[in-house]
Design a protein around this ligand. Sequence first.
Ligand SMILES: *Cc1c(COP(=O)(O)O)cnc(C)c1O
Length: 368
Amino acid sequence: MSTGRFQLLVPRLPPARDFAAYLDEIDQASVYSNFGPLNTRLCAEIARFVEGRATRPAKVHATTTSNGTISIELALRATKLPDRKHILLPSYTFIATGHAVQNVGCEPVFLDIDPDSMTLSMSAVRDWIAANGLPAAIIVVSPFGAPGNIRPWEQLQAETGVPVVFDFAAALTNLAEVGAQPVCISLHATKMVGVGEGGAVLSTDAALVERIQRMTSFGFDTGTRVSAIRGGNYRISEFAAAIGLAALADAERKISVLKSRAKAYRDALSGNDARVQDGFGIDWVAMTMNLVLPDERVDAILAALDAKQIPWRRWYGDGCHLHPVFAGDNPADLPETRRVSRRIVGVPFHERLSDDDIAEICKCIRAA
Ligand SMILES: *Cc1c(COP(=O)(O)O)cnc(C)c1O
């Protein structure tokens, strides 16, 4: 992370005083993990938070996990078709999504994205199925926390029977809809609601969420010592749950501060052909802000930022399929992923970024 004037991302968990009362409760109860009272409350409050913001009314169930990557792995293990080996996913995602596929013993097949939404291309998925038959599962990713559109994927699962898992790791505060298909969330410190390390899985399917919860605790049947399904230890501690409760209580404030920072960027770039990601700062917000740069000015803008020591980062790199760990029979080129990953660049974004800072960054972009 940069030590200069500008920082790319500044994680900020609730200050200790915001969860001190919960720590007292932990002392009183002497319960430190294993679905204690704070974790139980956090699961319920995450579900209520999402229900309250969703546009499609539904009863949402949630369970916590040790991190977002494990959320994806557990959701896959709980739903994938057991006699198949391929899992389809976009290359344009954080590397965790690809690792999750390999960790459940499947082979990732990286497909291209739709350049406007930057999400997995439905036509690429349909073409792959037409040529190769049904995969074990499909993972759809919300790019940088954008609200995902789950409806076409509900339709695809209804048609084909192939389970779809959503890696909406950075989108907890932006979910428009939750259905039966599992929605995987990260509660990492760098996400909107952070506990340090943690995750969650959400669904309207109570039985699925319950099964995933059992998988986080050695597959024990609820309230028993009988292990009926394969699992492990993927729980969070009561201390993490305490931070989560405080973080959730602070979420609306954080959303409005970050939206105001995004608006300052939008205003400073208005009329320029470098622009903020669609809907960002208006309909939704996340911890990273990504600009869509005009193709012909990408290099000049990045050089100008470098010259002013303004940090930038391509958060998803150039796509997962180019990493050696995923080399194999994946395509050498995904043209939309190549074009999008070149133009989408994360710039400094955090609660304490001042109007002056933003003006200076945008001046540099406009001048390039
Ligand atoms: C953060 C993130 C993850 C991983 O979450 P962890 O909690 O760090 O394991 C996975 N996918 C996407 C898209 C993410 O942004």
